[in-house]
Design a protein around this ligand. Structure first.
Ligand code: CP3
Length: 371
């Protein structure tokens, strides 16, 4: 195992007090192979759970995120039910943008929608800084959750600047993020100011979660797959690095995830520099993990990459796929089992519980048990 990094976290933080530092998740993120592989699911909290749907009746998504008791309870639901190795904080990538004063709502079945898109130099100029005191409900929700989680680590997260910009410039969900990518080339200066603003807002959101007790930090660049490698390296990666730099002094393990990221996986690992810049890289379902390791090397842990489409396939098909994912993950220095993207809302939650039990039976993932 690598030495625990230096940190300016408080002594009571679970990574420092020892509550989570020996957990399978934290050990794997730091490059070790614990006796059992850690497993959690992106979007494990949410619509696949009946207890979530019941609790959310009558409360808008972003109001739920800003209610510390509700956000904490929703975060804990999948941990209790599935026995996953981590909680992921229930919130949304647009929460810090809203707290910075942007008019944004989450429309059910669609996603984040803005009152007016941010497209011109003047629009970007008018964006306000995030007042740190606005993050109080986030810190409170995390602290409550961590208290309940005991030895199970909580993962904090934030949206990467490009994925946020894809919503800000388009004004809502879009297919290929054409307007955002046009702005990148037609007005690079405005683009760079917009991404710098998004990196600050996301970075502050991530830092608040880690200071309040999160034991790992994941940056979601969900729409990175629409970028060419050259555009990613030149116009995006430095801003993702800036967002993650907000937690660098805390010594918390950092995970970088994107969808359709095959072309840029190595650059997501290095954050556009010459050396490994994160502890783990999340891989989507398109790229087998052994091929991902060939691209990123063995200096980083891999996370993934069960195909979400397989969750509704017959168990025999899904089981063979999970075993294959674990076997291929054996090529990495360490492996955190997850999906290649989020849990689809129609997923039968019993299937997720069954995957957790299966993964926990497969030992450290390198003994051929997966064959
Ligand atoms: O369990 C978890 O993973 C933690 C919670 C979480 C949510 N959003 C809750 C949520 C996380 C980590 C996110 C991040 C997020 N939000 C991303 C990056 C991850 C990814 O999935 O790619 C993105 C792109 C968003 C933006 C967003 N918010 C979308 C596309 C949607 C779905 C819209 C829909 O209705 O299909 C949301 C809403 C959202 N965020 C829901 C949840 C549980 C659904 C809200 C509901 O219950 O109505």
């Amino acid at each position: 195992m690598t030495d625990a990094p230096t940190t300016s976290l408080p002594a009571s933080h679970p990574l420092v007090s020892g509550r989570t530092s020996g957990s399978p998740l934290v050990r794997a993120l730091r490059g070790d192979r614990p006796e059992t592989l850690p497993v959690w699911f992106m979007r494990q909290a949410g619509r696949s759970l009946p207890e979530y749907r019941e609790l959310r009746v009558g409360t808008a998504m972003l109001d739920a995120c800003l209610d510390p008791a509700m956000a904490s309870e929703i975060t804990l639901q999948p941990v209790r039910r599935h026995g996953v190795d981590a909680g992921i904080f229930f919130s949304d990538i647009v929460v810090p943008i809203k707290l910075a004063g942007v008019d944004v709502e989450i429309v059910p079945g669609r996603g984040p929608v803005l009152g007016s898109p941010i497209r011109s130099a003047a629009d970007v100029e008018a964006l306000e800084q995030l007042d740190p005191t606005a993050l109080a409900p986030i810190s409170e929700a995390v602290a409550r959750t961590v208290e309940q989680l005991g030895d199970t680590p909580l993962i904090g997260f934030a949206g990467a600047p490009f994925t946020l910009a894809a919503y800000l410039v388009e004004g809502g969900p879009s297919k290929d993020h054409i307007r955002a990518r046009t702005l990148m080339h037609s007005d690079p200066d405005t683009w760079s100011r917009l991404l710098a603003w998004a990196a600050d807002v996301s970075g502050a959101f991530l830092r608040a979660q880690v200071l309040a007790g999160a034991s790992a930090a994941q940056l979601f660049d969900s729409w990175v797959g629409s970028l060419s490698r050259a555009d990613y390296v030149q116009s995006v990666a430095p801003h993702s690095a800036a967002a993650l730099a907000h937690v660098a002094d805390l010594g918390v393990p950092r995970i970088h995830f994107g969808v359709g990221s095959g072309e840029v996986l190595r650059d997501m690992t290095t954050l556009g520099t010459g050396t490994v810049g994160v502890d783990a890289v999340g891989v989507d379902w398109r790229l087998p993990l052994d091929e991902a390791v060939r691209r990123v090397g063995t200096g980083v842990t891999v996370q993934g990459n069960i195909d979400p489409a397989m969750l509704s396939a017959p168990w025999e098909v899904l089981e063979a796929h999970v075993r294959d994912v674990v076997r291929r993950g054996g090529a990495a220095r360490a492996h955190v089992v997850n999906l290649g993207h989020g849990v689809p809302p129609e997923t039968d939650p019993a299937v997720l519980t069954r995957i957790v039990a299966l993964v926990h039976e497969l030992g450290d993932g390198t003994d051929g048990a997966a064959a």
